[in-house]
Design a protein around this ligand. Structure first.
Ligand code: TYM
Length: 331
């Protein structure tokens, strides 16, 4: 075994993969993938905490997997798989559920937001969702979890439960660290720059799908909400402009200061057009690769079957250690 560290991350197959998911997570998975042993999962079990149409979900899961690969994730070098194909995720979640307190879970802001949005379906899975996420991470002795800033609180919980379990039962889990990018960690809606860009936003103009066509991207940026001033500057109170500047910086690899300097003297019209062009240029090859990948279902199947098989091997070892530690009789 070499001394490469381990990464785990995942995206829920709901809605579509947005520019937020891409800049907050996927783009960093791609740049980190060669320096770490990586597991990238389509976390289908998390997605059923909200009602899903089964036919649409199955289709979307495949589309998400193809989008991971289209973004540049190497499906042979990394473990790319569906969470439900690796039963240890559910098994460890149960053990961890018995080591997490109701109080801790009630403090999770995502639970509060989602239960407000889905008043008629506040199910137990929605409540214990962060425990399944902790299981995802801890099963693989993960060192680093590349995510957007909205997942920080969930990651804190995963760290707390790992430390608690280790204290109770002896050294078992690695305590993971988050990897949150400097720019792009919280991409905001193009229509309401005070709220996060969300893949389930009913207003399609609020988000960019990574599969959007260049003309749709241009149109959405053209309509992006800014403010009544005319200066492209990054400062408090200019949420819309700040968001566009961060997006531009994240896509081009420039700093926000460099972006501000570049747009000095530009009107908002030109500014928005240029940000839209930069995003369209970044996403164009992804859409093209995606279309090819979706024609090659056999290849996709090889990737997710091989990924899950390896993941089952790794996680079976973790589970037998965990079961021994908590006092279950050997199988
Ligand atoms: P999910 O599916 O909501 O989002 C996937 C990833 O995208 C990031 N993200 C954003 N980043 C920047 N700006 C945004 N507007 C934005 N919206 C979303 C998220 O932070 C995340 O990194 N619970 C997780 C999925 C999960 C997971 C895991 C992640 C399950 N198990 C284990 C890491 C490790 C979630 O719902 O992400």
């Amino acid at each position: 075994m070499d001394d490469k560290k381990i990464i785990f991350s995942g995206i829920q197959p709901t809605g579509c993969i947005t520019l937020g998911n891409y800049l907050g997570a996927l783009k960093n998975w791609v740049s980190l993938q060669h320096d770490y042993h990586c597991c990238f999962s389509v976390v289908d079990m998390h997605s059923i905490t909200v009602r899903q149409d089964p036919v649409a979900l199955r289709k979307r899961c495949m589309e998400f997997l193809a989008q991971y690969l289209a973004c540049g994730i190497d499906g042979e070098e990394n473990l790319v798989f569906f969470q439900s194909h690796v039963p240890a995720h559910a098994e460890l979640a149960w053990v961890l559920n018995c080591n997490v307190y109701m109080g801790e879970l009630s403090r999770m802001t995502q639970f509060k937001d989602k239960s407000a949005k889905h008043e008629n379906n506040i199910n137990a899975g929605l409540f214990t969702y962060p425990v399944l996420m902790a299981a995802d991470i801890l099963l693989y002795k993960t060192d680093l979890v590349p995510v957007g800033s909205d997942q920080k609180q969930h990651l804190e919980l995963a760290r707390d439960v790992a430390i608690r379990f280790n204290n109770l039962y002896g050294e078992t889990f690695t305590v993971p660290e988050p990897f949150i990018p400097k720019e792009g960690a919280r991409v905001m809606s193009l229509q309401d720059p005070t709220s996060k860009m969300s893949k389930s936003d009913p207003n399609v103009n609020g988000f960019i799908s990574i599969l959007d066509k260049p003309e749709d991207i241009a149109r959405k940026f053209k309509r992006a909400v800014t403010d009544s001033e005319s200066e492209v500057a990054y400062r408090e109170g200019k949420d819309g402009v700040n968001n566009l500047l961060s997006i531009y910086a994240s896509v081009t690899g420039k700093t926000v200061d460099e972006a501000v300097a570049e747009f000095a003297g530009c009107g908002y019209g030109v500014f928005k057009e240029r940000v839209g062009e930069a995003v369209a240029e970044e996403l164009r090859p992804i859409r093209e690769r995606y279309e090819d990948l979706m024609k090659n279902k056999d290849y996709l199947e090889t990737v997710y079957r091989t990924g899950a098989e390896k993941a089952r091997g790794i996680t079976a070892r973790t589970m037998s250690k965990v079961y021994r530690k908590v006092g279950f009789v050997n199988r």
